[in-house]
Each structure stands twice: as structure tokens, then as C-alpha cells.
Design a protein around this ligand. Sequence first.
Ligand SMILES: CC(C)(COP(=O)(O)OP(=O)(O)OC[C@H]1O[C@@H](n2cnc3c(N)ncnc32)[C@H](O)[C@@H]1OP(=O)(O)O)[C@@H](O)C(=O)NCCC(=O)NCCS
Length: 299
Amino acid sequence: MPGPSPSGLFVYAKDLDRLAAFYAGVAGLSTVHREPGLVVLQSTDGLQLVLHAIPEAIARGIQIAEPPARRADVALKFFFSVPDLAAAGTLAAQLGGRWFDAERWTGPGFTVCNAMDPEGNVFQLRAPGASAPLIRPERDGEQAAIAELISAAFAGHPHSAGTEAAIVRELRAAGALTMSLVALNPEGRLTGHLAFSPVRVAGRDFGWFGLGPVAVAPALQRTGIGSALIATGLDALRRIGAAGCVLVGEPAYYRRFGFAPRHGLVYPGLPAELFMALPLSATTLPQGEVSYHPAFLSA
Ligand SMILES: CC(C)(COP(=O)(O)OP(=O)(O)OC[C@H]1O[C@@H](n2cnc3c(N)ncnc32)[C@H](O)[C@@H]1OP(=O)(O)O)[C@@H](O)C(=O)NCCC(=O)NCCS
């Protein structure tokens, strides 16, 4: 047994070896002790993770699903620091767990993301990273800066017609800009923008909204601002009782927020995989063709 460690935690494991390999790999912990029914892992800063086998008689009655079901009724959650969230998250998935890419938060100087081990225990990965952007609704006087930011974000974009800033301007003028959120850096400079507007399904209003355009200042793309805007925006939509949200975009990006193509909810003239929907409060999906506000066509 190694010398005393100042701090640590126990995790009870049905499959001890699998869990030990998982945490050693994902959190970069070293194995400092092993005996039947017990594996002790330790981080470089001295935190011990003691993995203890669940007694055989009890373990027999515990079923672990494949993929594991997320354990929700637990009041504790621990975190590990890793150099890179995406690398650790990918490894977590390879080792039988999962990472919840969209469940991210930022604190002063770090970003955390929920993940799950192969037995469904939820923990957090924490990596050094930018502070959370401030996100709030646009204010009077910011419209020109928003237009400039959108144009810069979409400049040279392969699928852009260069009309995104005009779409937002026309939505605003038509009173159809349901939500216009800005992201600001700690100095108050505009770093991102997200718009929502109402959509109709088969010509009727079902309380669904379209997400977009979303834009992040070119130099700051891929630093979490877009994700923060979208997560905040979807929360705000839920709070106003929206039935659901649709968008046109890259599946690889929007999947992480729960968006997916949904049977029967379609956008004409587009490859089906690029048109995605996320029910928010809706229990049944409206069926039919989705139409955006005319600003999307006239701008
Ligand atoms: C698309 C956009 C809003 C995303 O915001 P962002 O702040 O750059 O992205 P985030 O930092 O939140 O997310 C980064 C992650 O998304 C992925 N990602 C970003 N844009 C992507 C895209 N177009 N396709 C696939 N993945 C994408 C990154 O690879 C990264 O993945 P990782 O976390 O696994 O490393 C931003 O890049 C942007 O303004 N792009 C130009 C305009 C645009 O394309 N708008 C969307 C169409 S309406």
C-alpha cells in the first residue's frame, strides 16, 4: 500500500479491471496499488482514486447496460484535470464510457465537461481554457457591430450567400427576431451572435423556432463561444415555452446539442441530413415542410 494520500475518493466497481483501465487512461492516473478487489490510482498531485470491487453477491444483481445507462440519482460528482477535453472525451468513448460534449461550462480559466464511465458514473473532465463569455440579449446601438461581426464570420464561408447580416436586420425590422443574443469578452467586446426566429410547419404556427444565423468572430472560432451561445439560447427558448427548434447546418457540430434529422419534419430542396430539429417541449413532432420567415428569402 502506498503512503497516506491527503485526499481521495472511492468508486465501487462491478468490473474492477475495466473501470481501472478507464480512469487510468482518461484521467492519466497511475496505478499505485493493486490487490484482489482493490485498485488504487493516483494523480500527479496526490489525489487517490480507490476503486473497490462491489461484493460478488451484490454485483450479480447489478446490470450494466451497453452503452451504460447514466446514473442520475447521485449527489456527488468528482472532476479530473486533463490537458485537452476533446482528446480525453474521445478516449472515454473508446474505453466504454461517454463524454457529453454539449454539457460544458466554463469557470475562471477552465472549461469542464460532463463524462460517464463504463458503469454509468458521471464525472467531469476539466481543462484549462478561456473564461465563459458573457451572453445577453442585444441592446440598442449594437446593431451595426452585430452586422459587422456576422459579415466577418461568414466571409469566404463555402455555403454562404453573404446575406446573413441582412437577414438579421430584416428579421429585426419585421419584429420577427424572437431572440438576438450577443456574446461579449471580459472587456465587453462583441465576440459572437445568435438569432432565433419563428418558423411555420405546413404553413401553421406550432411554436417552433429556427436557430441561426450564428456567428463567432473569426479569430475566436472554435474556442467555445458558439457552443455557449447555442446552449444559452436553447435554455432561453425552453423558458419561453418553445415547442422546438430547427436549423440548417453541419450535423457534426449540431448533433452535440441534440439536433438530428426527424422523420416527417422536412425542409424542401436540402439534403435531409443538413436539416435538423430538436423538440424542446413538444411531445409530438409537427409533420410537414418547414418555412422560415420571408426575411431569409428576401435578404
Ligand atoms: C459555426 C460557429 C458558429 C461555431 O462556433 P465556435 O465558437 O467556432 O465553435 P465552438 O468552439 O463552440 O465549437 C467548437 C467545436 O465545434 C466544431 N465545429 C465548429 N464549427 C464546425 C463546423 N462547421 N462543422 C463541424 N464542426 C464544427 C469544432 O471542431 C469543435 O469541435 P471540438 O470541440 O470537438 O474540438 C463558428 O465557427 C462560426 O461563426 N463559423 C462561421 C459562420 C458559420 O458557419 N455559422 C454557422 C452556420 S449558420
